[in-house]
Design a protein around this ligand. Structure first.
Ligand SMILES: N[C@@H](CCC(=O)N[C@@H](CS)C(=O)NCC(=O)O)C(=O)O
Ligand SMILES: [Fe+2]
Length: 370
């Protein structure tokens, strides 16, 4: 059985979808924000239920779609514990497994490209992120990189896997798709037959240009691809920087709405509302924009028409991701816009971790089955 390998040409990133044939439960590794539609279409095409969106590390060259995928599919996010991706529902330690149907992947801590970087084994495959590339390896000159650590990860962790293991990297800049552990052990230009000192000298001498999007990508990836400030009403500096007035609990949004201070706009699709439930009296206005898509003038016009002058707008979606994007757009349109934390459904597991129950429905606010 082979993983589904998908390519993002702008960043030369490979994304992988693995699935269990019987249950159709699936897992995605290193999804890219601009490929969200492609990935959702691929999941639909194969009839898959996404369980996990997993990162090999906090990428420096593109933004992950993990949070958006979780939002659209109900999948959970998982990331290496050492990568500082605080929004990931599961913080992976070396040896941890993630199950999808009868299948599972196992996390191997392979530091060096970044200190938290991980690889994942599945059957006789390994997804190496930027630890091991085809004929090369990830750079070690930023994000707590270490050539010494990378040498150990390559020679002692990855090269300890069986030679026949198929290697699936996070990038290839020359159109190659896969390699094997055996091939890399004998012919990898940077590490095969090299001493630690030789490897470190090679890595120190690379002098690669900085990734173009590093300043934008790393902060976004530390929150699974979205800026999501925790907190209450009242715009903090961080919230102002986030591009909208603030995040509010479902209860506070409900109170403002009941008091006539705010208009409640539900940005989920009709199908989601019918399937999961709706809030009687909320304005239904689907948000169908994400990176790489054109702006939607109809959304803008309908939103402006729905919110009278002097009122706030509070935005509701499934779990609080699309509502952030919609709140930013509403702010650009001149509205005082708030994101409702954890959306309509929230996430019972994440709520347990955070010590409170989030989301409209979990908090017992009024709603009806579609
Ligand atoms: N040119 C690319 C950056 C490429 C790059 O630096 N890639 C990183 C992975 S995030 C790397 O480790 N490259 C290893 C190499 O090029 O040898 C960009 O601007 O985004
Ligand atoms: Fe990277």
């Amino acid at each position: 059985m082979q993983p589904i390998q998908l390519f993002d040409p702008a960043s030369s990133t490979y994304t992988y979808i693995l699935f269990d044939e019987a249950s159709r439960e699936a897992l995605i590794v290193d999804p890219v924000d601009e490929q969200l539609e492609r990935d959702l279409a691929t999941l639909r095409q194969y009839g898959l239920k996404l369980q996990w969106a997993v990162e090999t590390h906090a990428h420096a060259d593109h933004i992950t779609s993990a949070a958006l995928l979780a939002e659209h599919t109900g999948a959970k996010t998982a990331a290496p514990a050492g990568c500082g991706i605080g929004t990931a529902a599961v913080q992976l330690a070396h040896g941890d497994t993630l199950a999808f149907g009868a299948e599972s992947i196992r996390a191997l801590h392979t530091p060096g490209h970044t200190s938290g970087s991980m690889s994942f084994t599945w059957r006789d495959h390994v997804f190496t992120g930027d630890t091991l590339l085809i004929g090369g390896c990830g750079r070690t000159d930023f994000q707590s990189g270490s050539a010494e650590d990378l040498y150990r990860s390559l020679t002692q962790v990855l090269f300890a896997l069986p030679d026949a293991t198929t290697v699936w990297p996070a990038h290839d800049y020359q159109g190659r798709t896969r390699t094997t552990i055996g091939t890399e052990k004998t012919s990898n230009a940077r590490v095969a037959g090299k001493t630690l000192a030789e490897f470190v000298a090679t890595m120190d001498g690379l002098n690669l240009p900085r990734p173009r999007r590093i300043d934008e990508a790393v902060p976004a990836n530390l929150s699974s691809g979205v800026h999501h400030d925790a907190g209450s009403a009242g715009a903090t500096a961080a919230q102002a920087a986030a591009g909208y007035a603030g995040d509010v609990s479902a209860e506070l949004a409900f109170a403002w709405w009941q008091a006539g201070e705010a208009v409640l706009v539900d940005v989920r699709t009709d199908a989601e509302r019918e399937w999961v439930g709706f809030v009687p009296g909320a304005v239904a206005l689907a948000w169908k924009q994400w990176p790489g898509m054109a702006m939607n003038p109809q959304f803008d016009a309908d939103l402006k028409a729905a919110v009278p002058a002097g009122k706030k707008v509070v935005l509701l979606c499934r779990s609080g991701v699309r509502s952030v994007a919609a709140a930013k757009r509403a702010t650009e349109l001149g509205l005082e816009a708030y994101n409702i934390l954890e959306g309509f459904e929230g996430d019972p597991d994440a709520n347990a971790q955070r010590g409170h129950r989030g989301g409209w429905r979990l908090r017992g606010l009024p709603w009806r089955q579609g």
